[in-house]
Design a protein around this ligand. Structure first.
Ligand code: UDX
Length: 479
């Protein structure tokens, strides 16, 4: 392609620095983006914390730099699982990484210490084009700019979610936030931001937490507004009006918006999984009839109470469909392991009707012909992955951007259903599974297939995201 040729003709090999926020849902799209840029000829350096450190052995061509500003022990089980805990952790990561990152970046820039990079030739000039950091790492973006490195921000959520970020002060002024718990209010439309309802907006439990959430949101907007570009893992056919509205936003004037999703489809397949995926479930899927299996996973952060886990188990057992359930070790907040499952589910597993794994190779599972529906918490990566695979969704959003993502799935894209009232109760679970997988589910299945085609089109030749990747490559070369 033109971008790759341009780089090959250029004597100087350009390097892009990456700094993901250390959570699985943020690491995956950052590594996918790095994969896209690496395939277009850029050299890659990844800065990371000890906490949730990526496995460098999966990326032998990349240069990794540990920024030892840790505020948590390095186990994913400790990952924050509420808005408040996440907000506090994000601020702490920024604070604690600032000094070590400044020092490391200054040393690396001065000495051009980009080794070990096996294929690098000595005479090759390897200069830094920019830092791409998660939009939640404002402090580190600021440090890079102070040291003369141009910046770009990656937002790992939807365009709609970032539009909500930019509208946050207005929504507070209008009295939508902080939201009250009464259900009539939670059901009210957010007139300024359709299709959201008040209950779809991330909300904090206390006044202090609300202030802190506002700070994190406004820092993310500043991180984008002060960068040369915003990179989003979405595509035009999915969020055309949301993207157009971001491009019109006067607070973001001068920031180019690159909607280059679905990134997992554009990137060469590599792993950035923090947990070891159990691939044996793919063999089991091979033996199941087409579209017969319900895939159940609530992502890497969301937690449930042990009674929710139990109701989920009873509901799956009672639905009589085949199932593949990801029961992450940290799924029950504060406990190291999931609770024991009810006998009825063990019996279903023993009888071959389903399997329970700790972590699945999700992209491959969703792409498997045996999978008929995805019961999900609607994290943005899971949502995009389901869209690309044409798999209809059953939504139980937990926190943060997930309620908003579910709103789009249910009301705008119509490729999924909400679990009645969002309540996990065995009877409702079994009914919802029947609704999405059974005869009544034709419409969501049809919409899921339509979205799958539009996702494929966007990354095809002359597709909107393919064009955007070319633009992104030129933009980075121009920095
Ligand atoms: C978090 C937030 O919850 C989400 O709303 C936000 O948009 C990004 O950060 P997370 O909860 O981890 O993300 O969910 P999600 O965005 O869906 O990301 C999970 C990733 O882990 C996906 O890429 C998924 O493919 C992968 N995964 C999940 C696996 O590889 N195996 C599994 O068993 C489960």
């Amino acid at each position: 392609s033109t971008g790759a040729t341009a780089i090959a003709d250029d004597r100087r090999r350009r390097r892009v620095l990456f700094f993901p926020l250390p959570y699985q849902g943020h690491i995956n799209p950052m590594f996918q983006l790095a994969g896209v840029l690496h395939s277009r000829g850029f050299a890659i350096t990844v800065f990371h914390t000890h906490f949730n450190a990526p496995d460098a052995s999966f990326h032998p061509d990349y240069h990794f730099v540990l920024v030892s500003g840790d505020v948590m022990s390095p186990t994913p089980a400790d990952s924050p699982d509420t808005v408040q805990a996440t907000v506090e952790h994000i601020l702490a990561v920024n604070r604690s990484c600032e000094a070590p990152f400044r020092h490391l970046l200054a040393v690396l820039l001065a000495r051009r210490l980009w080794l070990p990079v096996p294929e690098q030739e000595e005479e090759e000039e390897d200069d830094v084009a920019c830092l791409v950091a998660d939009a939640h790492l404002l402090t580190l973006l600021d440090v890079a700019r102070e040291l003369g490195v141009p910046t770009m921000a990656l937002r790992t959520g939807s365009a709609a979610c970032f539009r909500f970020f930019t509208a946050f002060p207005l929504l507070c002024d209008k009295g939508y936030l902080p939201a009250h718990e009464s259900s009539s209010e939670l059901d009210a439309a957010v007139v300024e931001l359709p299709p959201y309802r008040v209950g779809d907006l991330p909300s904090a439990r206390s006044a202090a937490a609300h202030v802190q959430m506002g700070e994190v949101i406004s820092r993310a907007v500043t991180a984008v507004a002060t960068s040369t570009g915003l990179i989003l893992n979405t595509f035009d056919a999915l969020e055309a009006s949301e993207l157009a509205s971001l491009r019109r936003d006067r607070d973001l004037a001068g920031v180019q918006v690159f909607d280059v999703g679905p990134l997992h489809k554009l990137s060469p397949a590599t792993s950035s999984s923090l947990l070891h995926p159990d691939r044996s479930c793919l063999d089991w899927l091979d033996a199941q009839p087409q579209r017969s299996v319900l895939y159940v996973s609530f992502g890497s952060l969301a937690s449930m109470s042990s009674s929710d886990v139990e109701e989920t188990a009873w509901g799956i057992a009672g639905s009589s469909v085949r199932f593949l359930w990801v029961l992450r070790p940290g799924i029950v907040s504060g406990a190291g392991a999931p609770p024991p499952l009810p006998d009825v589910l063990d019996a279903a597993v023993a009888g071959g009707r389903g399997v329970v794994v700790r972590w699945a190779p999700q992209e491959e599972v969703l792409a498997h012909a045996a999978v008929g529906a995805f019961w999900t918490h609607c994290g943005w990566n899971s949502t995009v992955e389901a869209v690309c695979a044409g798999v209809p969704m059953l939504c139980t959003p937990c926190f943060g951007d997930q309620m908003g993502n579910a709103r789009y799935v249910v009301d705008v894209w119509r490729n999924g259903l909400m679990l009645a009232g969002g309540e996990v109760e065995r009877g409702k679970v079994a009914d919802a599974i029947a609704a999405v997988m059974g005869e009544g589910g034709e419409e969501v299945r049809r919409r899921a297939m339509e979205l799958k085609s539009s996702a494929a089109e966007s990354i095809g030749e002359a597709g909107s995201s393919s064009i955007m990747v070319d633009k992104l490559v030129s933009h980075i070369q121009s920095l």
